[in-house]
Design a protein around this ligand. Structure first.
Ligand code: NOJ
Ligand code: CA
Length: 672
């Protein structure tokens, strides 16, 4: 029965492609001509897009529109009023990013449609690596409409592999499910697919503002409907309809899995920053922090006997940063309010804990050339945070603080959801106000990135993932997790996964029995599922312009593998994902100035990854320093075994990297 339905869908798609090819007036294609998107209101005036690549059906997007409580039709009865086309082929620069130079090359179609009661405006932009569409309404006086649902449907032409996390409106901190698309009942985006014909695809959204997040809900085997985060009324409503555009609904397409990673489509569907935006002080940086000790239970956020963010400890971290070429230090638990953690969640963002002399610590850090990252855990108490935000920003400005790590670990008030319009409006407000103050952000428990970092370049990084912290207090993340992320979550934007745990089996806990009590766990089961070389590789692979070496500094002191982080430059100019498959392995290279950094990592399987060094400068010899797995390394049985070797390499050569099960390699290549 299912396969019969699939055949019918494919047939319909084929019919649509044929008629689309005839209907050139509403067809727009990618600059290389491979992707065609055709706009087609059907006989009921429902708006649809039919998408093909190399003349083979990919997806039909139908029923585009909204359902509102009032009897105003926002999904049917439309006829075309006006169609126009545009093209763009330009290059723009960003202050930081995987690539500083971005090519923006697309063809666009703009359409106006009307059903007599309202007008609908559709924009479609088609790039060589995918497309996006968005729409808005002129409600023509039908104001105060309550949005109940988006009706837009995605009918994929093929089944295949799908990597997704569940559609959840409070969190993204899940392991990825790898299952057939036809068995995926719901998904948050980015959701990644490898269709049975070998084509790779990822669905997401770009430029999400002042609206509710889109997830996908299966309505039939290969058919999914947009499913928006509800508001807090419990009545099934999403928000009030306004006349603004939806976010861009985006579809990346690639012959290889790494094509998805190498795309800039999401950034290109966001706006350039305002002209008066000052980038001074907005710059990538490496950081360490008083952080992991709390997750292990060795330290606490509250000012008790185990307090982590004391003046003395802060000074130790600053000294370590200064001595090891680390730009910044994060202090969690520096402020007042942690006693309420999990209760009323009333944090104070300008008052330090009694045993933390924050002013002296900041002044000391600055004398040492080290930046301080100030932590703002809100606990989800948005009204409390918003009421203090101005003063908290001034507090930072006066002290020369350039970066804040925010956190939203806790429910929002009045049953508001993290990913609802309420949440998104808050996250965007913080981002905009912090930009005015020239303050960078690392957002934990965030809304998923949608490329807004182009417009707000202070939005450096964020979590929105089941990150390292889960290894401290759960069964942890399997080795396949970190090689799934580049093909899924990271297609959305930078990721503060917080890699770099060197004490993989938590040997330090042996001298901290009280920590085990705090965590209520057996430390033998709790650990990081990795080799040490893979932790170094993740600094390169899991791109974050604010990148953390997450372990306690005592685990780095004198460790030869830490040299890679000391030498690492997060301010890269150019990046390329070289090879890989979701959940299996990946290798990525980045260039910062003249220096190349390469990271390769694998899942539970050992493998040899061959990297063709065709990105190096011609006629130049490089010294490669390879921080890799030892011959007998294994994430489970021998995770700390590493080898550091030097080699002379040049353009065109193939660098062979042997990765242990759950292992990896990090390579620095410098001109000789
Ligand atoms: C969750 C964040 O992800 C983590 O980094 C932070 O340490 C805790 N919340 C406490 O704020
Ligand atoms: Ca978190």
């Amino acid at each position: 029965m299912k396969s019969c339905k699939i055949h019918i869908i494919i047939l319909l798609l084929l019919v649509a492609i044929v008629s689309c090819n005839r209907n050139v007036d509403t067809m727009v294609q990618s600059p290389d001509g491979r992707i065609k998107v055709c706009l087609q209101p059907d006989e009921d005036g429902k708006v649809a897009l039919c998408v093909s690549r190399d003349d083979s059906a990919v997806v039909a997007i139908s029923n585009i529109g909204m359902k509102v409580r009032e009897s105003v039709p926002l999904d049917s009865g439309f006829h075309l009023v006006d169609v126009s086309f545009a093209s763009c082929d330009s290059v723009w620069m960003q202050p930081w990013g995987e690539n500083k130079e971005i090519q923006e090359h697309y063809n666009a179609l703009f359409a106006k449609m009307s059903n007599g009661m309202v007008d609908m405006f559709m924009e479609i932009k088609v790039f060589d690596d995918g497309f996006g569409f968005r729409y808005r309404y002129d409600l023509k006086g039908h104001d105060n409409l309550t949005l109940l649902d988006e009706l837009t449907r995605f009918d994929f032409a093929h089944d295949g592999d799908c990597w997704s996390i569940p559609a959840n409106f409070e969190s993204y901190e899940f392991l990825y499910r790898h299952q057939p698309l036809s068995q995926t009942v719901d998904a948050n985006t980015p959701v990644t697919m490898r269709f049975d014909n070998g084509l790779y695809c990822s669905v997401h959204e770009a430029n999400l503002r002042n609206f509710a997040e889109m997830t996908l809900r299966q309505v039939d085997s290969l058919s999914f409907q947009s499913w928006l985060s509800p508001d807090n009324t419990g009545s099934g409503s999403v928000c009030m309809m306004d006349a603004g555009f939806t976010s861009w609904r985006t579809i990346l397409l690639g012959d290889n899995a790494v094509d998805l990673i190498n795309s800039s489509l999401l950034l290109n569907l966001n706006e350039a920053p305002e002209k008066d935006v000052a980038f001074d002080g907005i710059r990538p940086m490496k950081y360490i922090g008083i952080w992991w000790g709390m997750h292990l239970g060795i330290n606490s956020w509250t000012p008790d006997a185990r307090h982590g963010a004391t003046t003395a400890n802060a000074i130790k971290y600053i000294d370590f940063a200064a001595a090891n070429n680390v730009d910044a230090v994060l202090f969690e638990g520096w402020n007042q309010g942690w006693e309420q953690w999990g209760g009323s969640q009333v944090f104070n963002f300008t008052q330090a804990a009694p045993d933390m002399d924050i002013d002296s610590v900041i002044a000391y850090a600055h004398r040492k050339g080290v930046e301080v990252i100030i932590h703002h855990e809100t606990g989800g108490n948005i009204p409390n945070y918003e009421s203090q935000f101005d003063s908290a920003l001034s507090w930072c400005r006066v002290r020369g603080i350039q970066a804040i790590k925010t956190g939203y670990a806790g429910g929002f008030p009045d049953r508001q959801l993290h990913h609802s319009q309420y949440g998104i409006t808050h996250y965007n407000k913080v981002m905009q106000e912090a930009l005015q103050a020239g303050v960078m952000l690392d957002v934990h428990e965030p809304i998923k990135p949608t490329g807004l970092r182009r417009t707000y370049p202070n939005l450096m990084t964020g979590e929105g993932v089941r990150g390292m912290e889960w290894n401290a207090w759960s069964d942890g993340n399997p080795p396949s997790h970190q090689v799934t992320l580049p093909f899924t979550r990271m297609l959305a934007g930078p990721l503060d996964y917080t890699p770099g745990i060197f004490d993989i089996t938590y040997r330090l806990l042996e001298s901290h029995p009280e920590a085990r009590k705090w965590n209520q766990k057996d430390s033998r089961e709790c650990r990081v599922h990795t080799t040490i070389a893979k932790q170094c590789a993740l600094w390169v692979i899991l791109y974050s312009p604010m990148v953390m070496a997450a372990d306690l500094i005592e685990n780095y002191e004198g460790h030869p593998m830490f040299q890679f982080f000391s030498d690492y430059d997060p301010d890269c100019d150019w990046s390329r994902a070289l090879n890989g498959e979701p959940g299996e392995y990946v290798s990525v290279v980045r260039r910062a100035g003249d220096v190349f950094f390469l990271g390769a990592a694998t899942n539970e399987e050992a493998r040899i990854v061959n990297v063709k060094l065709d990105f190096l400068e011609p006629e130049t010899e490089y010294e490669a320093l390879v921080y890799g797995d030892a011959q007998d390394a294994h994430y489970d049985t021998n995770p700390m075994a590493y080898s550091i070797r030097r080699a002379t390499v040049h353009k065109g050569q193939v660098l062979q990297l042997r990765l242990a099960p759950g292992g990896g390699a990090a390579v620095r290549m410098v001109e000789r």
